[in-house]
Design a protein around this ligand. Sequence first.
Ligand code: SAM
Length: 418
Amino acid sequence: MSEFNDLLRQSGLTREEAAEELGVSARTIRRYESGETQARPRDLRVLKGLIAAGARPIARSAAVPFRFVDLFAGIGGLRLGFESIGGRCVFTSEWDEAARTTYSLNFRDNHELGGDIREYSEDPSKVPEHDVLLAGFPCQPFSIAGVSKKNSLNRPHGFLCDTQGTLFFDAAQIIAYWRPKAFVLENVKNLESHDGGTTFRTIINVLRNELGYHVQHRVISSDPWVPQKRERIFIVGFREPTEFDFDRLEVPSAARGPKLKDILQPHDEVDPKYTLTPRLWQYLQDYRAKHQAKGNGFGYSLFGPNDVARTLSARYYKDGSEVLIEQPGSRPRRLTPLECARLMGFDRGDRRWRIEVSDTQAYRQFGNAVVVPVVEFIAKAIEPHIRTAIETAGQMASEPHLVPTVTRPDRSSAAAYA
Ligand SMILES: C[S@@+](CC[C@H](N)C(=O)[O-])C[C@H]1O[C@@H](n2cnc3c(N)ncnc32)[C@H](O)[C@@H]1O
C-alpha cells in the first residue's frame, strides 16, 4: 500500500473529506490512490497532522453525503449517530463550557462551536445550510425530576418556564428558516405526558401545522444496545412525504441485550474513590428505610454484573444512588466516568471516548446525553429517506425560506394548543 493510501486509511477521511482538507479535487485524490499522480509532500504532512491530532475524523463514510447541524449538542451523541451514516456536521451549538471541552476533544472540527442558541434563532442565517437538523433540546423542564423540583419550588415549568422550556421554539425557528429535508429531535419520554399532553401537542402542532413537516415519533429504550434502561422520545420529521414508518421499525429485543458485566472495569482497575464513604452509604440506607416505612419506593438501586442499570441522570455526581455497583464484602461504588461512557455507548467497539473534565462534569454530560447506538440505529433507518430526499431535491442546499416567526405561546395562551 502506498504511503498516501495508508495515511488516508488511518485518517478515516472519506475521499471527499480528504479533498477538502488538502484543497484538491476528489478526482486528484483518486489519482493519488491509484498511483497515477504522486501525492505532494505537503499532502502527506497534512494527513499525518490530522492523524496525530488524535480526534475522530469529521465523518467516516461517504455513503450519503449530507450536511447536518447539531443543536443543544451536549457532547455530541446525536452527531456520532449521524456521522455513522456518512453525515457531515457543519454547525454546532452548545453553551456549556465543560460540554464544549469534551466535544472539542472528541471531534476534530472545521467549524467554530456556536454558543447560546438564541443568537442563532434570532438570525438563522448565521447557521450554515444543512440537509438535516438534529436537536436534543433541554429536557429538564419536561422530565419528572425537573417538573417535581420546579413544582415544589412553585415555579412554572415546560413552556411556561421562560428560559429552558421555550428552547424548542429556537430550534423550530431555525427549521422554519432553513427548511431542512429532515430533522431529528430527542427528549425525555415524559415529554409526551407533560402537562396532560399539552406540551407535546404544542410541539407537534408547530412542526406539523406551522412548519408543514411529516412528523412521526417513537419512544425507544436503550437496553437492546447497552446495559441501561433509558427511554427517550425521538421525533423525526421530513419536509416531503416519505415511506419511512417509525412504528414499523423493528427494534432489537432487550432480552439479548448486554449486561453490566460487559461494561464494568475489572475490580482492581477501579479507584477506591468511587466506593461510597461509610457516611454516604449509611445516609442512603437510612433514607431508604425512612421512605420504605412510608410506603414510598424512593432510595438507591444496587446492581450486579448480570443486571441492566436504571437511567443514569445528570445528578449522578451527587450521590450516585440511582446506579450503585455491588462490591462483595465492601460498600457499593459509583460507576466510573469510563463505565458511564460505555453505558451510554460513547466508548464502544473501536471508538474510544476522551474525558478530560472533572468527574462531576463527566457524570453531568453522560447523564444529559443520548445513547449513541440508539441514534445510530435510527440514523440507519432513516438514511435511505434522507438520500432520496436529497436526490429528489436535486441539490444539496436547502432553500432558506423567509417565514413568519414561529408562534411561541405566552403564559396565558399556552392552553390554546390543547
Ligand atoms: C439534553 S442535553 C443534549 C445532550 C446531547 N444530545 C448529547 O448527546 O450529549 C441539552 C443541552 O443543551 C444545552 N443548552 C441549554 N440551553 C442552551 C442554549 N440556550 N444554547 C445552547 N445550548 C444550550 C445544555 O448545556 C445541554 O448540553
